[in-house]
Design a protein around this ligand. Structure first.
Ligand SMILES: O=C(O)CCC(=O)C(=O)O
Ligand SMILES: [Fe+2]
Length: 309
């Protein structure tokens, strides 16, 4: 398999050595002392380190700038080998699934030793236990993917760590939780900082703003809690009526039935792709959850003809 083929080509074998595991020197000193306190049962250390970006969304320093460069060197090295690159999800065209290149054991360690104890305190239900993860890199730069449409993740708790390199714009826009009245209302705009991690529920609608210059790379860990999923996950909570017209910055050209009534599709080729994707995949909001002022034809049905008046 790919991981085996890559083994002799690795630039930094330490990144694949799960017997040695994660080295303390790779992490921000403040993160290390917080983790030490957590292990000693002092939970307040986490709350002291965290910055609450908006309710349910937290950021904290995680890796040193040096480690971010170290990891990026490995990713760039892999991309030069010509070995196959499977895209992380249907929306990212330039990412890389790090689990598949041989980093799965190390990322499982990262999840179990560091991410899970944090998630458990922040999100007692979704983060109670993690059984698996989908871990991947995303990349934005001019001429490739510029940003990422609004979406929710196939993840119970998502950790998203910025690795640089240098970039202008490319922020993360956060809206509401899927199925709640404010699902498509703006909650917060977050500016990524290299080395810093942001954590939120997968059910939180979010998207990446277009990059203006430079290149942004992030490592994303989608954590799966099979117990939560067996209870129906977020879907079990139902889908409430939307409180109001959606915010412009929270609209998804992939998922929203009212997109074309409220916003222009992106320009050029991206617009063509966006229209075609919308035609195939738009479902939001479900008929029973439409806001009061939504166009009557859209309230009645979710078929394509109604979406493109
Ligand atoms: O670019 C980001 O920061 C977010 C990426 C993301 O939401 C995803 O890949 O699911
Ligand atoms: Fe996401």
């Amino acid at each position: 398999d790919v991981a085996k083929q890559y083994t002799p080509l690795q630039k930094h074998p330490q990144l694949f050595d799960d017997r040695q595991g994660w080295l303390e020197g790779w992490f921000d000193p403040a993160f290390n002392s917080m983790m030490r306190s957590l292990r000693e049962g002092n939970e307040s250390a986490l709350w002291e380190l965290l910055h609450e970006e908006t309710p349910g969304v937290y950021s904290f320093p995680m890796w040193t700038p040096k480690f971010c460069r170290f990891l990026m060197e490995e990713i760039d090295n892999y991309k030069q080998t010509g070995l196959p690159i499977r895209r992380p999800n249907s929306m990212n065209n330039y990412g890389l699934v790090v689990n598949e290149i041989g980093m799965l054991p190390m990322l499982t360690k990262l999840q179990q030793i560091y991410l899970q104890p944090i998630a458990k305190l922040l999100f007692p239900e979704e983060g109670a236990v993690f059984h698996g993860h989908h871990s991947f890199m995303v990349q934005y730069k001019q001429g490739e993917d510029l940003g990422l449409d609004m979406h929710t993740d196939d993840s119970d708790v998502t950790f998203n760590i910025c690795l640089g390199k240098e970039f202008v714009a490319a922020g993360l826009t956060l809206c509401g939780t899927v199925g709640t009245p404010d699902h498509r209302q703006l909650a917060h705009k977050y500016d990524h900082i290299p080395g810093r991690c942001i954590v939120h529920l997968g059910s939180k609608r979010h998207g990446a703003d277009d990059i203006i210059t430079g290149e942004r790379n992030n490592l994303i860990v989608w954590n799966h809690n099979e117990d939560f999923r067996a209870r129906g996950g977020t879907k079990a909570r139902g889908f409430a009526k939307e409180s109001d017209i959606p915010h412009q910055d929270c609209l998804s050209y992939t998922h929203d039935r009212d997109y074309s009534l409220l916003k222009e599709f992106p320009q050029g080729e991206r617009g063509r792709v966006a229209k075609a994707t919308n035609k195939r995949q738009a479902w939001c909001p479900p008929n029973h959850a439409c806001y009061d002022s939504m166009a009557p034809v859209l309230k009645r049905g979710s078929s394509y003809e109604f979406r493109h008046l």
